[in-house]
Design a binder for this molecule. Structure first.
Ligand SMILES: [Mn+2]
Length: 506
């Protein structure tokens, strides 16, 4: 569905969820601006027991002149809206949005699907904020975000609050939105510093004295009282300051599940990956190396763990995480290659871009992929290889000519990328201009001589290579541990699904 599909309706009501937060208000306002520009009779509303009272939200409504109206329909009352009803940052029929009645309903949201999908909906649970989704929908229609003086600031603030001050931001589209909108930084600073109430200060204080601690793995877990999710980030940042605590998770219950924040200060634990692990199969999580967060859906949790209480779940799952892998430091690891098979890399076509043909030497760029950002400067004779997962790998010209052979043909995204959720983008940091790397790619194949020893992993590993001191490669049971035959300390992990496609027995 696109926004223009909804233009068949002349009367449109946009409904935020009850107890609105900055994200639902920003998203609603984005839609409001759009339909207004299409000369629709449009209103932005919310219901529920409480009016907006949090001081940052009152400021947001006032300073950004948000035309949001409160509809009081009482406990058992109901109201019918004419034309089209759009619920934004929530799903029609869910517990957190008081049911207005309408003949035609659309949903625009970034939470996990709560019930059956309806025909008119756009739901993308991988995004950090609904504001990002609305931004994308607006761009798809060619709508000029800057045509409204406040919209950029609203969208930016929506993302800011929904990702714990950008610290739990992990989707590349979210990053694109943050960088491209015009936000009034003075107003953002004002909103940001009106963020917690005295009551929340107390919640944070009580939470801090109720930690549980695991001294084998040096982690702490806290369940906080119901509170605004950004308080979780605040508590976990503080908790990590404790010398005995190397990683932590802080969570609480929200309407439809659990929100959580994760922090890590050791290189052996990537907070983003730990957050993903905590939400695996029942929600979504991610973020950065040191700060991350996520959401667990109550419905999925109760199906999977009908009798386990939430503190038990978080503590067990943290322990499971630490039990689930072995640490491999590549430069000192002595592999038992006798127990491994020899394989040779198949010659699968991939994409490559010669970067100095794309941008002048010395240009600072960021290459953004689904796995994260890579900052670099364009160098002479520098290449990037785009693998079938859309991940990129920078190589110098000498290595490129040694290891790859250009095919002399073009590069079709459909032919070479397996699941293009997000196509790698190269950003020129001098002017913020984005280019899709695949638009400039040509095809190549690896030379035949890459030989490895490999074996399927029985349990997880984290491989620390000597090239990159700060990151690790994570493998799970079933993935393959690979060691280059010509360099026993060049150790890496190949995902299970990729291995048989990329390697064959020698
Ligand atoms: Mn949201």
């Amino acid at each position: 569905m696109r926004l223009s599909d909804l233009e068949q309706y002349d009367k449109i009501t946009i409904q935020c969820h009850d107890n609105p937060d900055a994200d639902t208000l920003a998203s609603g306002y984005g839609l409001f601006c759009y339909f207004k520009s299409r000369a629709k009779e449009v209103s932005l509303v919310y219901c529920g027991r409480n009016r907006i009272q949090k001081s940052n939200l009152c400021l947001m409504v006032e300073k950004l002149k948000l035309p949001v109206e409160y509809i009081d329909i009482g406990g058992d009352g109901w109201m019918e809206v004419e034309g089209l009803l759009i619920t934004v940052d929530c799903q029609y029929g869910s517990g957190n949005v008081t049911g207005l009645r309408a003949g035609n309903v659309a949903i625009i949201d970034h939470h996990q699907l709560d019930r059956e999908a309806i025909p008119m909906c756009v739901i993308n649970p991988n995004l950090g904020s609904c504001a990002t989704l609305v931004w994308k929908l607006l761009l798809e229609e060619g709508f000029d975000i800057d045509s409204d003086a406040y919209l950029g600031t609203a969208l930016y603030y929506g993302l800011y609050t929904d990702t714990n001050q950008f610290s739990e931001l992990y989707n590349p589209l979210d990053m694109d939105m943050r960088e491209s909108v015009n936000a009034d930084k003075g107003l953002i600073t004002l909103f940001r510093n009106s963020n917690i109430s005295l009551k929340e200060l107390e919640i944070a204080g009580i939470a801090l004295i109720r930690y549980s601690y695991n001294d084998d793995y040096e982690f702490a877990v806290i369940k906080a009282q119901p509170c605004d999710p950004n308080i979780l980030g605040l508590i976990s940042d503080f908790l990590l300051q404790v010398d005995a605590i190397k990683t932590c998770a802080v969570f609480n219950e929200v309407n439809d599940g659990f929100k959580f924040s994760v922090r890590s200060c050791i290189r052996e634990v990537n907070a983003s990956e730990l957050a993903e692990f905590l939400a695996e199969g029942i929600g979504s999580g991610g973020g950065h190396y040191e700060k991350a967060g996520g959401f667990i859906s109550r419905k999925l949790y109760e199906e999977k763990y009908p009798t386990l209480h939430s503190e038990g779940y978080f503590n067990n799952r943290m322990t499971e995480y630490f039990d689930s892998y072995e640490l491999i430091y590549a430069d000192e690891y002595e592999a038992d290659t006798g127990a491994m098979q020899r394989y040779v890399k198949r010659r699968i076509p991939m994409g490559y871009v010669k970067l100095d043909e794309l941008l002048p030497v010395e240009t600072p760029v960021t290459i953004r992929t689904m796995k994260g950002d890579i900052d670099m400067r364009i160098e002479e004779d520098l290449y990037v290889i785009i693998d079938m997962k859309g991940e990129i790998n920078a190589v110098c010209g000498r290595k490129f000519r040694q290891r790859y052979q250009p095919l002399g043909g073009g590069y079709g995204v459909e032919d070479y990328l397996e699941t293009p959720d997000y196509i790698p983008v190269i950003k020129d940091r001098r002017n913020g201009r984005d280019m899709l790397l695949t638009d400039y790619a040509r095809a190549c194949v690896p030379e035949e001589d890459e030989k490895i020893y490999a074996k399927p992993l029985e349990r997880g590993v984290k491989v620390f290579s000597s090239d990159d001191r700060n990151n690790y490669m994570h493998g799970r049971a079933g993935d393959y541990l690979a060691i280059r035959c010509d360099d026993r300390h060049d150790i890496y992990v190949v995902a299970k699904e990729l291995f048989s496609k990329a390697y064959q027995c020698e």
